[in-house]
Write a protein that binds this ligand. Structure first.
Ligand code: NAP
Length: 485
């Protein structure tokens, strides 16, 4: 196991349950690897079902006290977590690079984004308003309040190990919910570090519990079956999301689901090519393409296609690939060998179906799970690269003639997370944005994520929203009191 320095060495390796750090019930450990080398870097406690249930017990014990804590106090504690996270930003970024493989630049951006959820929800914690109105028949008043929904189980993926956790913890704690966080097995260290920061901020024991587990199926199922759990907030693949929705049905647990994407990126003839290329690089290459919001399919109008393809290919070719720890690198390795092999297979299939490789397209020799920036042209409509989530630095380009055709292609998927549109004609941009069946649209913009905005998907990309005021309401229940006075 390679030696880790400073902050990373000090990150707890055990489960955080009820304010105590402890090993898993059966002593098992998860080996965490550096994707740039494939080497083991840490061994983290691997939670059992009973550990999961103990964490639910700790959260349930802390729940009434936390719900009764003044919103102002909750806000101040969240603000303290924001401050601490910001102070430790560089350390956290290094930790994310070590276990996820993304570049230092991406990791720094992730930490800033992740911390922002604590600041935003510190501000929102004191703005949970209800309503009061006179009943239509005048007999009474309709009073609606927004109490916390109760104990929440949070399940997060490896691709944004900090931000996907804080996007849930921030609003849950602001609303008055105690939580159990089950991070991805590939990246548990960042979640444990965030757990430790929250503890340092003196948020009461049991309000946040962190239980990494490679036995995610059985641990999460046990927690969902426990009637003390009232909320599941999941971010991950649509496939696992479907299974969890089924499991949550038994105890009728409220579910917020942030699932997979297959984002179309539309470029119209009148678009500013410079802006479209910058946006395409952001939407495709942020996080090395390992983002649910990653542009998965590029639909480019025939008139602008040669120039856009040439300039975009030049930009992709100029990307420096290497270990994320090198500050000058723009593309790190993929998270593991399976992820890299899946991307390589999608490219090979597409080429066999007749696509042209404009750059990249070959797995490099050597250590680590690297795959180069790749652009594919003349991609046939039947290619799986257009229907599956690529989750890597690969950009398939398809040409189109009319606006109606572009919208039809874009909507031809079961996913509906985000889409991107580039055009100089604002009326067209808004018309197309309205016609696109996605929860979010980037209009002349390649980045949509913002803690102040409601992030989430339509169709099979999810249920509910994270971020904005809506993100907080997901952790509340509407309570109606019919009152006569
Ligand atoms: P994943 O395989 O679905 O895993 C997500 C989380 O669920 C991990 O913590 C995982 O634990 C856990 N899990 C796996 N199987 C489970 C089961 N049967 N029961 C309960 N929990 C289970 O997804 P991933 O590969 O980590 O992440 C990539 C996916 O996340 C992509 O599809 C991406 O689009 C999506 N994503 C969506 C958003 C969004 O906001 N919409 C944001 C980021 C990512 P283990 O790690 O232990 O397997």
């Amino acid at each position: 196991m390679s030696d880790l320095n400073g902050f990373i060495k000090d990150v707890p390796r055990d489960l955080l349950i009820g304010g105590h750090w402890r090993p898993s019930g059966d002593g098992a450990r998860i080996t965490v690897c550096d994707p740039a080398t494939g080497e083991a870097i840490a061994a983290v406690a691997d939670g059992t079902r009973d550990d999961g249930l103990a964490a639910v017990g700790a959260a349930a014990a802390a729940q009434p006290g936390w719900a009764a804590t003044a919103p102002r106090r909750r806000a101040e504690l969240l603000r303290t977590v924001f401050d601490r996270m910001t102070e430790r930003a560089e350390d956290l970024a290094g930790l994310i690079v070590a276990e996820n493989g993304k570049t230092l630049q991406d990791a720094r951006a992730e930490v800033a984004y992740a911390a922002e959820f604590f600041r935003w929800y510190a501000e929102e914690a004191v703005r949970v308003a209800g309503t009061v109105q006179t009943a239509p028949n005048g007999a009474n008043r309709i009073l609606v309040t927004r109490p916390p929904i109760g104990v929440a189980v949070l399940v997060t993926p490896w691709n944004f190990p900090a931000a996907m956790a804080t996007r849930k913890i921030g609003p849950a704690l602001a609303a008055g919910c105690a939580v159990v966080l089950k991070p991805a097995s590939a990246t548990p260290l960042t979640a444990l570090a965030i757990g430790a920061l929250i503890e340092e901020a003196e948020i009461p024991a049991g309000v946040i519990n962190v239980v990494p587990s490679s036995r995610s199926g059985s641990v999460v199922a046990a927690m969902l079956a426990d009637p003390r759990v009232r909320k599941l907030s999941f971010t991950g693949s649509t496939e696992v999301g479907r299974r969890l929705l089924t499991a949550a049905a038994d105890t009728v647990v409220s579910c917020s689901m942030e699932l997979g994407g297959n984002a179309p990126f539309l470029v119209f003839d009148d678009a500013d090519v410079d802006a479209a290329v910058v946006g395409a690089m952001q939407a495709k290459m942020r996080n090395g393409g390992e983002a649910c919001t990653a542009a998965n399919r590029f639909y480019v109008q025939r008139g602008i296609a040669p120039e856009f393809s040439r300039r975009f290919t030049e930009a992709m070719r100029a990307v420096r690939m290497g270990p994320g720890t090198d500050d000058s690198v723009h593309l790190g390795p993929l998270v593991n060998a399976d992820a890299r092999d899946k991307v390589a297979e999608l490219v090979d299939q597409t080429v066999k179906l007749g696509a042209r490789v404009l750059t990249g397209g070959r797995t490099p020799a050597g250590d680590g799970f690297f795959y180069p920036p790749t652009v594919l042209a003349d991609v046939p409509a039947a290619a799986p690269v257009l229907t599956e989530e690529i989750f890597g630095p690969v950009a398939p380009i398809v040409e189109f003639d009319t606006e109606e055709e572009a919208v039809r292609h874009a909507n031809d998927t079961e996913y509906g997370l985000v889409s991107y549109v580039y055009t100089a004609d604002l009326a067209r941009g808004l018309r197309v944005a309205e016609a696109l069946d996605t929860g979010m649209v980037g209009l002349n913009r390649g980045l949509v994520s913002d803690p102040a905005a409601p992030f989430g998907g339509a169709k099979q990309s999810g249920l509910g929203r994270e971020g904005g005021h809506e993100g907080l309401l997901e952790f509340t229940e509407s309570k109606y009191i019919a009152v006569a006075w």
